[in-house]
Design a protein around this ligand. Structure first.
Ligand code: PHE
Length: 358
């Protein structure tokens, strides 16, 4: 085995490696050099026929050659891969500065739109938006809201429980947005005027119930806030939201552990001919729950009920959206069906505001 032969073999193979135009060609060169029947491998096999001294020098030379070839193949592989990527990036290039095509434009989901509309209406009345966590503890979701452990209202909530934590209590997926009332009253001093749009969860699923849905909570706390303010605020909200100036509205007595007195608000509608229309028509539709914040709830948050009082309300966002926009099936909200979204969705540049109309 002559040194010259090895040198020639090395330069031949190196030329083949750098000449390989793609991964497949490179693999052919690799097999030709280092594969089981490859040229270098073949030479390795002849080492046994040599005398000890010769074998040592030739062996070292072959190993050096082998390493050099392997390194060259790896380097070529990397540069081919990079070239591949460059080529792909060039063909898949997207010009983000192009104007949107009307048929390709995205839509705002009715849930987002409805939240924006509610924020616009309550925003005009001086409410700000507050938020809280989806995963709650028992205290904020129940106990502080005057729902102690054995209270029957707990059963009605079909709560999703999470595994016990180290302290032995079970976190819950919040069953309503009311725990944010507690978090707000614990964190800021009255006067308070907030709305809380957000996700809520109950273990319930059929045509009119989804295990995940949305509510918007409202809370007003001040020294002189009374039931008249509650009524005025919510009547005004309903008429603005449905855009019907003379929308009939009635308050029905109800029960919530965290408000006293409590009421449910119905809006007028007609079901003539099996068709539901919001407005005057002799029929009623429940739209939200509300009441004066229970003194015990204020106390639980460190607010003196002899000094402060206020009202709270909560409503389902999906339901409000279905009624306003005639969306018949709750489940379609979460199907991510583009045809549905194109039909019921809203254009992103038309942000709701009361001046232009919702
Ligand atoms: N949290 C109540 C529910 O989920 C709604 C509500 C909120 C009622 C605030 C009164 C006051 O049903």
């Amino acid at each position: 085995m002559l040194k010259d032969d090895l040198g020639r073999l090395q330069s031949d193979l190196m030329a083949a490696i750098s000449g390989a135009g793609d991964m497949a060609a490179l693999e052919v060169v690799r097999v030709r050099a280092l594969g089981k029947k490859g040229e270098v491998t073949g030479l390795m096999k002849t080492l046994g026929n040599l005398g000890p001294d010769e074998r040592k020098t030739a062996g070292q030379a072959l190993n050096t050659l082998k390493d050099a070839l392997a390194a060259a193949i790896e380097a070529r592989k990397a540069s081919l891969a990079e070239a591949d990527l460059e080529a792909r990036l060039a063909t898949e290039r997207v010009d983000v500065s192009l104007p949107a095509r009307p048929d390709e434009i995205g839509r705002i989901h009715p849930i987002s739109q409805t939240i924006e509309e509610m924020v616009a209406i309550f925003g005009e009345m001086g409410f700000t938006v507050a938020e809280g966590p989806d995963i709650e503890d028992d205290f904020h979701n129940f106990t502080a809201l005057n729902i102690p452990p054995d209270h029957p209202a707990r059963q009605e909530h079909d709560t999703f429980y999470l595994p016990e934590d180290a302290a032995g209590s079970r976190p819950v997926l919040r069953t309503h947005t009311s725990p944010v009332q507690i978090r707000t009253m614990q964190a800021v001093k009255p006067p308070i005027r907030i709305i809380v749009p957000g996700r809520t969860f109950r273990a319930d699923s059929d045509a009119t119930h989804s295990p995940m849905f949305h509510q918007v909570e409202g809370l007003v706390i001040d020294k002189t806030t009374h039931m008249g303010h509650l009524k005025g605020t919510l009547i005004e909200f309903c008429r603005a939201y449905f855009d019907i100036d003379d929308l009939p509205v009635r308050f029905r007595t109800s029960y919530f552990p965290f408000t006293e007195p409590s009421a449910e608000l119905d809006i007028g509608c007609s079901r003539a001919g099996g068709k539901l229309t919001i407005g005057a028509g002799g029929d009623w539709l429940e739209i939200l729950g509300c009441g004066m914040v229970h003194p015990r709830v204020l106390e639980n948050c460190g607010i003196d009920p002899d000094v402060y009082q206020g009202f709270a309300f909560g409503m389902g966002i999906e339901r409000a959206a279905m009624l306003k926009y005639g969306i018949p099936d709750l489940r379609t909200f979460y199907d991510s069906d583009l045809r549905w979204l194109r039909h019921y969705g809203f254009l992103p540049f038309e942000l709701p505001n009361l001046v232009r109309g919702l």
